[in-house]
Design a protein around this ligand. Sequence first.
Ligand code: ADP
Ligand code: MG
Length: 620
Amino acid sequence: MTFLRLLFRNRLAAMGAVVLVAILILVLITPLLPLQNPDTTATADRFQKPFSDGHLLGTDHLGRDLLSRLLHGTRLSLAVGIAAAVIAATIGSAIGIVAGYFGGRIDNVIMRVVDMLMAFPYILLALAIVAALGPGLMNALIAVAAVNVPFFARNIRGITVGLAGREFIDAARLAGMGHTRIILTELLPNVLPVIIIAMSTTVGWMILETAGLSFLGLGSQPPQADLGSMLGEARSALISHPHTSVVPGIMIFLIVMSINLLGDGVRDALDPRLRSGALSRPLPTTLVDRQGDIPAATDDLLAIQNLQTQFHVGKRIYRAVGGVSLAVKPGECLGVIGESGSGKSVTALSVMGLVASPPGVITGGAVRFQGHDLIGARYETLRQKRGDRVAYIFQDPLSTLHPLYRVGRQLAEAIQSHHKVSSAEARTRAISLLKDVRIPNAESRVDNYPHEMSGGMRQRVGIAMALANEPDVIIADEPTTALDVTVQAQILSLLYDLRRDRGLAIIFITHDFGVVAQLCDRVAVMYAGRIVEEGPTDAVLEAPAHPYTKRLIACVPELGGGRRALAAIPGLPPVVDDLPPGCAFAPRCAKVQDACRTQEVTLAGAAPRAVRCLFPEEAL
Ligand code: ADP
Ligand code: MG
């Protein structure tokens, strides 16, 4: 159903669908309509104009009723075109799947044959086939289907090759499935959308080709009418009696246009990447629609002040960040901790306007870098600071590095997009950056592709890239979550040194209190888009005030800590489009009281400690 909704949101596709359905209905009921026999000639009534007595669209050179011929002809043309498309898609896809799935010699032989077919000009090949088989509508159908088989075979083979090496196919093999079963149950469902898309975008073309063959007299034979032969017969009267060619011409135009518009719509609606974004590309910066006062400037290096970021999806409003304030000074490391989904990434991305809009909207607060508000700043201003003054390190370096460029080239690009330096200089700088992040053999590693490096090394390249322009602030969003513990320790000590040596301010996002304890001076605990506790790391670790913080700390295993039950927090974080009134943690809190569920709870305490709880574990 979402498919149909998406499809009809595309106006052109909807228009195409309406026209096509109208034509289809018309040709389906043609035999029931009170029409004259399309083949009855009446030489006395030759070339009647449209709207003449008894002939709504006039007559042709043999006095046959054009309306009747048009509807019967359309019926035939559509049937042949669609049949050809189905045949070509079935045979072509089967060939493509077999070639792509089995690979090796089978693939080679099949594909070379397909290549040979493709080497002939399209129409010439069709003409040759019809010439060999003899003229006739059935043979035209075979010819059109045959010349389109290679197109499907190539397309589907490409997709299949990509899928055949994937883990779920290996898993199916391991489960003992046979080839046929794997092809039918694992591969086919994955390539089916592609087949449908390829078909919907080529049906129109095949109808045209059939019409073309009929136009040349190789398709439907007189007196049988299809759109192509109608055009062909009207050719000689094109100037004297244009209506005889205009009528079938308009019909061909309508059919092909509507099928193509609909086909494009189907393609877009079936593409899962376009689906979530509802066919819209994100804006270059996050949409800003601020309500309320804008907080005044402070003397922090980077200050996030009462930031509110929401996602507007349909009628739903997800309050991913509900008034978060954080600040860092030069050389300081601030930890931001919370369960998955608590709004850490959205907070971080809001700083540089990187939250995708739509659906993201910043609805309140400010983000000040050296006192200047970045929210609602011009795109150029943001772009200048992105990666230069404020840099990011993301969780998964494999998805942030471009797979097709060498890492040195990507580092150089990061430098050259902000500074005018020669390529040689940028390369030298890239090598020294790799050395800074302690990549051994930096001189040769600089020419590696991302896939030639280990996960830890790639993450170091990510850090090197963040350092490329000597930023003032680095926002690290779970940079060690994808790494094993030993590599994590190396990365953390690297960040620690950089901070000490260069006076870097770091906002370090994680869900692991152990990491915070190693690296951060201060920590802020987030829950459901809000800060529930903050303070110096030691103080928070020693005496957590919020029940949530206490439970989070209890989740960290301790070496040599003796036998202790690791306590998971029961329940799940709330969905942020429907937060409970009062404390968001109340439903999972062991100490919950009635007041927690009704009363708005504020962040209170003696700076730098603060807690958002009515009944804190420790008095601050
Ligand atoms: P995390 O703390 O794990 O980094 P995020 O900041 O990524 O969490 O997400 C915070 C909340 O925002 C989550 O509840 C998530 O469901 C919601 N969210 C994130 N992106 C979108 C989006 N594009 N549309 C709707 N909700 C979103
Ligand atoms: Mg995240």
